[in-house]
Design a protein around this ligand. Structure first.
Ligand SMILES: Nc1nc2c(ncn2[C@@H]2O[C@H](COP(=O)(O)OP(=O)(O)O)[C@@H](O)[C@H]2O)c(=O)[nH]1
Ligand SMILES: Nc1ncnc2c1ncn2[C@@H]1O[C@H](COP(=O)(O)OP(=O)(O)O)[C@@H](O)[C@H]1O
Length: 206
């Protein structure tokens, strides 16, 4: 049977909800089948962040050139910086049959929905807005101004939740990871079933 392309998995959610934490936990599990797409950003690296691991850190002019050249699957301006997904890595990895995991904000996810409607969209939601604020403050990586801008953005982001295929509450990291793995596994079964049925139809068995 023809090998199916991998699944493009999109994880979004407001800043501070725990996307990075959940993603790192998912990728630390042995035998994980997802490949993480490292984004490009014009934001400055935080302490401990490494170019080429956490992000590809770019100058604004260089980022704009990549946009012009069509080298990004999607991009968005978020709280004063650009963020975007390099397209070649995504295409090559999906074509090799492996799943690709994007951790991106909601505007970018909407663009992915237009370009790749077959992608799987998962929204990571906080238990409450006050808990979200506590997590952002607790992380201690942004100034008070930036935290306030991100909380404002979070309100708009939460309004986009209904556009996603699944909403996973990040109450506990391990539970959220378990749910995401289950959703992806179920999606593989669904696509395999669709493909097998289609092949059977062609062979006149259905
Ligand atoms: N559209 C888009 N958003 C991204 C991309 N990479 C990261 N983001 C999102 O940009 C937002 C800000 O990211 P960042 O500054 O690293 O903050 P953090 O996610 O709160 O740690 C988050 O919602 C990220 O998920 C990308 O390639 N495209
Ligand atoms: N389930 C959780 N319960 C409590 N704290 C969490 C949980 N998930 C993440 N955090 C904490 O919340 C803060 C923001 O998490 P992070 O992964 O940086 O969020 P994001 O990538 O969505 O901006 C971090 O300090 C992280 O340790």
């Amino acid at each position: 049977m023809r090998r199916e392309k991998g699944i493009l998995i999109v994880l979004s959610g407001p800043s501070g909800v725990g996307k990075g934490t959940v993603r790192k936990e998912l990728f630390s599990e042995p035998g994980t089948n997802y490949e993480y797409s490292i984004s490009m950003t014009t934001r400055l690296p935080r302490e401990g962040e490494v170019d080429g691991i956490d992000y590809f850190f770019k100058k604004k002019e260089d980022f704009e050139e990549l946009i012009e050249q069509g080298r990004l699957l999607e991009y968005a301006a978020y709280v004063g910086n650009y963020y975007g997904t390099p397209i070649d890595y995504v295409n090559e990895t999906l074509n090799s049959g492996r799943d690709v995991f994007l951790e991106i904000e909601v505007q970018g996810a909407a663009l992915v929905r237009e370009k790749a409607p077959n992608a799987l969209f998962i929204f990571l939601a906080p238990p409450s807005l006050s808990e979200l604020e506590q997590r952002l403050i607790g992380r201690g990586t942004e100034t008070e101004d930036v935290i306030n801008s991100r909380i404002q953005a979070a309100r708009q982001e939460l309004e986009m939740m209904h556009l996603y295929d699944y909403v996973v509450e990040n109450d506990e990291v391990a539970k959220a990871c378990g749910k995401i793995n289950a959703i992806v596994a179920a999606e593989h079964c669904r696509r395999e079933r669709v493909e097998k049925r289609y092949l059977a139809m062609l062979e006149g068995e259905v």
